[in-house]
Design a protein around this ligand. Structure first.
Ligand SMILES: [Zn+2]
Length: 316
């Protein structure tokens, strides 16, 4: 049950909210009947700019709760710097991030994948698909995903602040799904986009919000050819097959982590023509070691993202 602003009267002095009853719940449609609630807040918390009140039943605690939704306007600070980071989203590595300081981070998606196998299996075991146990499993699965997205976005934004990033380029998956140029190769790369497209959209939304709080802009850029192009010499290889997660450039005889190569191409925004002058293709003096040796952060429900010694195999 939700009350919008016209059904809410907020008495900020006395910490009270008056909620109007719907016409069908009153003795008479025009009767003056209200639900009056009084609330207490933690010290230092003020309830203001009340937008919405929601009544939510907490099954575990067996009680109704009222959620007060407030609008909190924050001033966006100056960006931590002028650098650009690039993020490539995928299945095996949910995110690969490339920084201009020749550093890269990988965030394996193994936790998400494990859940993606475990929960549907458990839910299928339930006798009644709409039953209590199935509902509880769906809810738990969704909470775990949401938690993962929030922790990941937080970690990436913290790294971006350290790296003096003012702009994060994210590969634009929506474009892949929407445009009709028949470029189906992109589909194979990300697996089933129907299944994962929404997860990427959801994550990008959370990241955009968390980055904005730090003054960092998130920009979706085209990820066309970002997995086929060598981010060091700019050579495009249509036959590039990613083996053991490696991108191999025969042109200048080197091998990188394939997802980091993609993230670096997204950082460079190789499809943006105004960038072509400054892009990697002219710059073969760059060091390449970092492209093969990203930092790896493994997710743990209790401790968040922890640095890992090496790249994790892509297994559910
Ligand atoms: Zn190359």
């Amino acid at each position: 049950m939700t009350w919008k602003q016209n059904g809410i009267k907020h008495d900020t002095k006395n910490n009270r909210v008056r909620l109007s009853k719907g016409a069908n719940h009153k003795e008479h449609p025009k009767a003056w009947e209200y639900i009056l609630i009084e609330y207490e807040t933690h010290p230092g918390v003020t309830v203001e700019n009340l937008q919405q009140v929601r009544a939510v039943y907490d099954k575990a605690k067996e009680r109704w709760e009222l959620h007060l939704v407030c609008k909190d306007e924050i001033e966006t600070p100056d960006a931590p710097g002028n650098e650009t980071a690039g993020i490539d989203l995928g299945i095996c590595n949910f995110a690969a991030v490339a920084y201009s300081t020749e550093q890269a981070d990988l965030y394996p998606g193994n936790r998400l994948m494990q859940d993606g196998y475990y929960f549907p299996k458990e839910i299928a075991k339930c006798d009644d698909s709409g039953g209590e146990r199935a509902t509880r499993l769906h809810k738990k699965w969704s909470e775990r995903r949401t938690h993962f997205f929030h922790s990941l976005a937080k970690h990436i934004v913290e790294r971006c602040v350290e790296q003096e990033v003012g702009r994060i380029n994210v590969g634009k998956l929506a474009g892949v799904r929407e445009d009709d140029n028949g470029d189906s190769k992109n589909w194979g790369r990300h697996g089933n986009l129907d299944l994962h497209g929404w997860a990427f959209d959801r994550f990008t939304g959370i990241l955009t919000y968390k980055a904005k709080v730090e003054g960092i802009e998130v920009v979706e850029v085209s990820e066309r050819d970002t997995s086929k192009t060598c981010c060091v010499c700019g050579r495009k290889d249509d036959n590039q097959r990613v083996e053991r997660g490696l991108y191999v450039c025969e042109e200048h005889d080197d091998a990188f982590n394939a997802d980091v190569n993609g993230a670096e191409n997204i950082r460079l925004d190789i499809n943006n023509e105004s960038n072509s002058e400054s892009s990697a293709s002219l710059d073969e003096d760059r060091s390449t070691g970092w492209l093969a040796q990203p930092g790896v952060y493994l997710y743990d429900l209790s401790s968040g993202f922890q640095p890992q010694a090496q790249v994790v195999d892509c297994k559910p």
